[in-house]
Design a protein around this ligand. Sequence first.
Ligand SMILES: Nc1ncnc2c1ncn2[C@@H]1O[C@H](COP(=O)(O)OP(=O)(O)OP(=O)(O)O)[C@@H](O)[C@H]1O
Ligand SMILES: [Mg+2]
Length: 352
Amino acid sequence: MSTAALLQVDGIHKHFDVGHGAVVRAVDGVSFSVGAGETLGLVGESGSGKSTVAHSVLGLTKVDSGTIEFEGLDLTGLRRNELRGVRRSLTAVFQDPSGSLNRRRTVAAIVAAPLVAHGIGDRKARRARVLELLEHVGLGPEFLGRRPSEMSGGQCQRVAMARALATGPSLVVLDEAVSSLDVSIQAQVLNLLRKLQRENDLAYLFISHDLAVVRFLCTQVAVMYRGRIVETGPREIVFSRPLHPYTHSLMRAIPLVDPVRAREQISVTPARDAIDMPTVEVGCRFRTLCPVGRDQEICRTVDPELKPIERDHAAACHFPQVDEAAVVAAGSIPASLPGSDDAGDNRLVPDV
Ligand SMILES: Nc1ncnc2c1ncn2[C@@H]1O[C@H](COP(=O)(O)OP(=O)(O)OP(=O)(O)O)[C@@H](O)[C@H]1O
Ligand SMILES: [Mg+2]
């Protein structure tokens, strides 16, 4: 990852007390960084802690311990009003396109809201900026007076992007921002994200359970499992040479025959035992499902640290490995998506 990190997250923990002495260790010692202009894909099954990480970075959840530095400032020590200033450079887009927009307000008011909140420009300047932002995301002036109920999911998500860009951020957190869109609209929004990134030198923390989408958009990947990052590295290296048995299992779940159908099926489903996670665990938390470590003493007793296995490719595993089957399976994850503008040599999926 980049040496001058824009976002540096170190050892964050967030545990939720869910009553009767039970604690959910939603985030349990997570560290990562995002460099300027970079896209880190945070992938993992439902409940692995991705949104809790996003909320922590955005200051919507207060972490129990650890530090979150953004542009050199430790966010964990800031008060609410101090965080407001930071939110000019650190914005977000969430999953539900219409639900995340105020249904009673017009597009003009929605996109101008961050400008008003941060006292940017007068009425006239704000209107000009809103028009410019809408044009950036491919919406004409006819959308100014519309309300979320009068637009499609893809159009709403474009408005959410325009709002997220209004204050000129350097990092946008996207939590399942394209997950509820149908495949062709999803490809359009992903292309838009790429275009906006190039034009505005943006960095993204891109959260998704969809490996195909992560492969399309991200430069770096971090795989989460039960509150921990279990593998991280540059996108192509993680996808072509996964090291952690959990990452292998994600890759193996992908059918090899038809990449178009595979594209629809690549999603991360919860591990069988993910529901009743014990409060206290020793050893590796993947061991009960792990074909390699299931019977190993060290996996039962020692919690593996996330450490570099080959250069900037790290895994939290006592027995990291590359096997042929996983490499073949990883090769079947489409490097471009239907309708996307990524028609390079690695294109596997035809236009639809
Ligand atoms: N406010 C809360 N109170 C109690 N438990 C919570 C709270 N928020 C999250 N959790 C629990 O923390 C764990 C991680 O949740 P989180 O929403 O971060 O997962 P996720 O990876 O984003 O999942 P998904 O892919 O379904 O969005 C889950 O077990 C969840 O039930
Ligand atoms: Mg989530």
